[in-house]
Design a protein around this ligand. Sequence first.
Ligand code: CP
Ligand code: NVA
Length: 301
Amino acid sequence: MEHLLKLLDCSQEEILSVLELADQLKYERKHHIPHPLLAGKSIGLIFQKSSTRTRVSFETGMFQLGGQALFLSSRDLQIGRGEPVQDTARVLSRYLDGIMIRTFEQKEVEDLARYGSIPVINGLTDFCHPCQVLADLMTIREKYGVLKGLKLCYIGDGNNMANSLIVGGLKTEMKVSVATPEGYRPAKEVLDFAAGFDTFTLTDDPMKAAENADIVITDTWASMGQEAEKEVRMKAFQGYQVNDELMAAAKPGAMVQHCLPAYRGQEITEKVFEAHAAEIFEEAENRLHAQKAVMVLLMKK
Ligand code: CP
Ligand code: NVA
């Protein structure tokens, strides 16, 4: 693995190797075993959108690995004033050992990797959220011991999370069912990939998608950058809430995951969220371990 731009680029072996190392790093941290695997290395964290989890887990994760993380807000970088990504990439490659970027267009992330000469990690684009889904897979595997054969159900907006969950789930041999309203389907590129799997289903019926699911996942109905569409979206997603009725269709004891931030009363009820808070916050914690694994695998040369 040279970069982490999207899970579509990753093999099953690469995904599983991240999860293995993440488990090991989590164990070591729990037992106070230091792991300065990236001593002397620097990563730049470029943010064009807000973040709590991604920023804090990358910054503190890099510190725990013995390296340094630089928070680079696009408000302050010249990239925010129009310096081309090709130039930014070539300059940063001379100072840093890796770049994480959170932005709008997937193309910007791909360009950074193309023009730069250091590993690039996608910290969320409108298209996908691979770091989050690696943490989700880690959390699911912690609970069930396996991924293969489990049924993962995603309800709601066919957004960045849906796109990455479909690819990550199918690549790790899970069954993936997705329910979105007609006009809010996952990306075509992802649906083309999923078309090769008889373990994938897409419907507009949330109850059908949730049937017998081992894991139920949802995400906000209005992602960052879609604030102006909020009202229209709130209407479009009525009936796509993760609530008691939907959970009753899933397997008894099914797990709930949410990348956060969560909007109670919209995509998930307060009751379901709080009943599954332990596994949702474990998922949030696992961002730290999964991303440390990604940084080590990409940057420890
Ligand atoms: N889930 C996630 O990526 O959270 P942040 O937006 O807070 O980084
Ligand atoms: N789909 C959400 C995820 C936030 C972590 C967004 O893009 O805003």
